[in-house]
Write a protein that binds this ligand. Structure first.
Ligand SMILES: Cc1ncc(COP(=O)(O)O)c(C=O)c1O
Length: 374
């Protein structure tokens, strides 16, 4: 039976992060202009700041990560008959409605992702084509960092450097879908510019764990951004007094990015608690928890599936209340996570608003529900 009130700890995605009070104030006070005319000073400030951070010539505020990726593909694949090599588990391939194909006329050549989010570079080299007139022309390589479906994995710098050298030798452009690039930088303890040094373009999201309500920033050379600005307009992404949103983005960079280490710590604490239970039914790969996303693997899915556990975490029983699985006010705890039954996994994601206390409550509930499984 449910209690009238519950504490809900929502770990389905970091897109659930909400604008902070500082963001709301900055948005209300933002100096704005018509950005399609290039007259919004707050947007310009954000774009310049990002270009400096990533050591690229210019930046462009876009509506979403999906739009940033699509525009990059449109810019880099100018020849009709182009293809982009992408990971088979990448967001751009799985979850962006094949915009590369349907809108940009670019085919995607997919390589299976390794568990660490990389793909085989031997295989990559074999896939490069274009010398034969029967074939498409490989124009672009896309790397996702951190890798969402691979459980927030940070792509190793050595692998990136090797890929860059292959791409340079074969005249292939590189784009990084860095939706959560600041998480990768935190884990590696390097500036974002080091990670994206050899990439022709990079996009990151302000609206995921960085708490801004809307927006991504795309960066590259002046020429790339000039072209990107044109395609953004064609896609309906030319926005007017959008400094209101860019103002939240500036706060995200100043206020939220420096706190990413705490977010990673909370992900790890939950993972460690699950791992320490040594359950025969579910576990995490504790040595590879690197950022704010973690996968819980179900070991006997026929007995207890990921979906079963999602539903259990989403319920409060009278027994658990009497067993003290409550917050400090005696309210039941609900933990929301996302099942990936096709991979026998649950994904949980932490973000700025999931503080230490909420992390402890989530651990309390998860541990209790694991104990019940026997
Ligand atoms: C790795 C990655 N790239 C791109 C996107 C797309 O971002 P948006 O939802 O802003 O279009 C997402 C969204 O979750 C993502 O996880």
């Amino acid at each position: 039976m449910c209690t009238p009130k519950e504490t809900i700890i929502d770990l389905r995605s970091d897109t659930l992060s909400q604008p902070t009070d500082e963001m709301r104030v900055a948005m209300a006070n933002a100096v704005v202009g018509d950005d399609v005319y290039g007259e919004d000073p707050t947007v310009q400030e954000l774009e310049q700041k990002c270009a400096e951070l990533f050591q690229k010539e210019a930046g462009l505020f876009v509506c979403s990560g999906t739009m940033g990726n699509l525009i990059s593909i449109m810019c880099h694949c100018q020849y009709r008959g182009s293809e982009a090599i992408v990971g088979q588990s990448s967001h751009v391939f799985l979850y962006e409605q094949a915009g590369a194909s349907t809108i940009a006329n670019v085919s995607m050549n997919t390589i299976p992702n390794n568990d660490d989010g990389t793909y085989s570079l031997d295989e990559f080299q074999k896939r490069i084509r274009g010398s034969d007139s029967h074939e498409p022309i490989t124009s672009l390589a896309i790397v996702e960092n951190t890798h969402n479906i691979c459980g927030g994995k940070v792509i190793p710098l050595e692998w990136i450097d090797e890929l860059a050298s292959i791409c340079k030798d074969n005249n292939i452009k590189m784009h990084m879908d860095g939706a959560r690039i600041f998480h990768a930088a935190e884990y590696l303890n390097v500036p974002v510019a080091r990670i994206t040094r050899d990439f022709d373009s990079v996009t990151f999201c302000l609206s995921k764990s960085l708490c801004a309500p809307v927006g991504s920033v795309l960066m590259g050379s002046n020429e790339f951004i000039r072209m990107a600005r044109r395609y953004r307009k064609a896609l309906g992404g030319g926005m007017r007094q959008v400094g209101i949103l860019a103002a939240a983005g500036l706060v995200a960079l100043n206020q939220i990015v420096p706190r990413i280490g705490d977010v990673h710590e909370h992900t790890k604490q939950i993972a460690q608690a699950i791992y320490d239970m040594k359950s025969p039914y579910l576990t995490v790969d504790i040595d590879t928890v690197q950022s704010n996303i973690c996968m819980i693997h179900f070991l006997q899915p026929k007995k207890y599936s990921a979906q079963y556990f999602v539903e259990r975490l989403n319920r409060v029983t009278s027994k658990e209340l009497s067993d003290g699985i409550t917050d400090k006010f005696g309210n039941g705890i609900i933990v929301k996570v996302m099942a990936r039954d096709e991979w026998n996994c649950i994904r949980y994601v932490t973000y700025f608003h999931i503080n230490g206390e909420m992390t402890e409550l989530a651990i309390k509930k998860i541990k209790y529900c694991i104990t019940e499984l026997d």
